[in-house]
Design a protein. Sequence first.
Length: 230
Amino acid sequence: MCIYFYKKNISALKKEQFINLMKWANKIVNQNSCSFSKNESLYDLIKIVMKPIQAEHIRNAYLTHEHHAIEGINLYRDFLCSHRIVYEILSNSTQYSNSASHHSFKLASDIILPTGWHPTSLVCNLGSIGKKNRKCGEFKQDYNHDVTLVLPMKIGFVNGGNHSIIQGVLSGNGEIHPKTVVDLSNKLNEVYFNGTHWIHTTSEQIIGEPRYPEFGWVWEISKLLTNNIE
């Protein structure tokens, strides 16, 4: 019984946080000041929302037993959900190498979501990458670094090279070109987040829920971005 009420309270808190967050997002959009970019302000808000998720996936493996680290974030399974409607949206929005080469992530500032998991790499990679005087020098992208960029929210999902990417993030050093780009700019209105679940807009059918409610928050903030997305 206590567990039920705990989960219920957590759910209620997350919904309240979502409502408050969207109030701030709409305040940004409704500002009349010409002294700032509304889009850049919304991107900063997305970073504020996503930084705790990034931090948890970097630190979790150090807080648990070997081989019990948190599972990495999968775009198809975790960001949205494994539903036919979602699969169709994502599959029709995916672009490969040529378009991907026009984009890049700055590890010091952009939101990229690597997950530490390998016991040996968790120790050996620390202190190895990020500065000229470190044994591996500054971060350089290689064939092992596989990242999917999701637009318009500008979030990177890591498919390979997690530990060295983590070192680049920690040292604030390096840049990565994604191997794949998923541009959802024209698909955002097909699904909406109600604070708990993904809802198919046309049918009002519940189609699942994200692994983290923050993914739903970012989805709704992204709808407020103007057509001047860079």
